[in-house]
Design a protein around this ligand. Sequence first.
Ligand SMILES: Nc1ncnc2c1ncn2[C@@H]1O[C@H](COP(=O)(O)OP(=O)(O)OP(=O)(O)O)[C@@H](O)[C@H]1O
Ligand SMILES: [Mg+2]
Length: 253
Amino acid sequence: MNKIIGIVSGKGGVGKTTLCANVAFSLAFAGKKVIAIDGDISLKNLDIPLGMTDKSAYDFTDVLSGRCAVDKAIQQHDDYPGLHFIAAPQQIDADSPNAEGFAQLCRQLKQTYDFVLVDAPAGVGRWVRDIIGCCDQCIVVATPDLTALRDAQRVVQLISDSGNPPSRLVINKVSPTMINRGYLQNIDDMMDSVALPLLGLVPTDDSIVIYSNSGKPVAGTKSVCSQPFKNIAMRLCNNNVPLDKYWRKNKNR
Ligand SMILES: Nc1ncnc2c1ncn2[C@@H]1O[C@H](COP(=O)(O)OP(=O)(O)OP(=O)(O)O)[C@@H](O)[C@H]1O
Ligand SMILES: [Mg+2]
């Protein structure tokens, strides 16, 4: 069960951080001990959807450089005790972290936590490669547009060059209407184009922005994204959760 999971995408803004926060919440709701690490060293923001801003003066680079013990950088969520968080550094010109040190930190956390989730930055740079290199598995996030799907293919290439951890695809911001009208590829074609098995589909829902801004979980609300996030978390726990009926019917139309 112990897993280090990297959340990567290629293209920016596709929903990695939102997914990371809501999968972390969902795993914690399911009784798992989970730690989310903000790996976005230049544009950190995982603290916002987790509702854990400014709770620690330390970030993971402080741990790597020996400025603080790992316990000092770990923050526990006030409302969900199973959920923990380590921040990314503040400086926009932060040096690329020491890859081996980061891998060691993740392996150390894996001894104590059921899941270590790493929210990666966009792109296919060296640091993204380093994150992939220390993960037991990756979640590749794409939106249904061709640009995001093509960038996801590039990340799949990077994954195969970086130890090839097992990886699955999440398609976020899916609009069933757009697919049914033929404006977008169907889900099967999207999976084929990225060449990864599907971990989950998350529809578009503007209310996500409201939950994220207030640091509240979407899972457990009336949002149409609540169940999809929970389903993804359950699949990460190796539960067999079928696609919901609507998607099964329309997957290859
Ligand atoms: N399913 C969704 N429906 C509607 N809005 C969404 C959905 N998922 C994410 N968003 C919104 O899209 C924006 C980008 O999301 P997010 O920051 O999670 O992307 P990201 O991939 O982490 O971006 P970056 O590459 O910059 O790190 C945010 O405003 C977020 O609230
Ligand atoms: Mg992000």
